[in-house]
Ligand binder design. Structure first.
Ligand SMILES: [Zn+2]
Length: 110
């Protein structure tokens, strides 16, 4: 996702998607379908078609949903390297044995 969350996009997004009801002004998150209470929750204007591909349509999404979508869809799609896919499928682990492997020479020091 292009990091281009400009005020212009947010304004356009708000103008096109906000609604009113007895609880106030809200928008609908296009990722989870839930209500965004714009007075209290963070939201982001997301380009459904990446802006790099000429997308101009913006839809509102919770910050949380947007971040999740970005990490689960966009990043794997972009990161084609072996390293990234190994990590994605749990082959590489950031787990417990890391420090030992990181300093393999310490035992040799006599
Ligand atoms: Zn959401």
């Amino acid at each position: 996702m292009t990091r281009r969350d400009s005020a212009k996009d947010r304004r356009q997004c708000f103008r096109e998607h906000h609604k009113f009801d007895d609880r106030g002004v809200y928008m609908t998150c296009h990722i989870c379908g839930g209500r965004i209470e714009i007075a209290v929750e963070g939201w982001e204007a997301e380009h459904v078609v990446p802006h790099a591909f000429g997308g101009t349509e913006v839809f509102p999404a919770h910050v949380k949903c947007h971040r999740q979508k970005t990490s689960e869809e966009d990043i794997p799609r972009i990161a084609k390297s072996k390293r990234a896919s190994e990590k994605h499928f749990g082959i590489r682990r950031k787990g417990a044995n890391w420090p030992k492997r990181k300093f393999p020479n310490y035992a040799r020091d006599e």
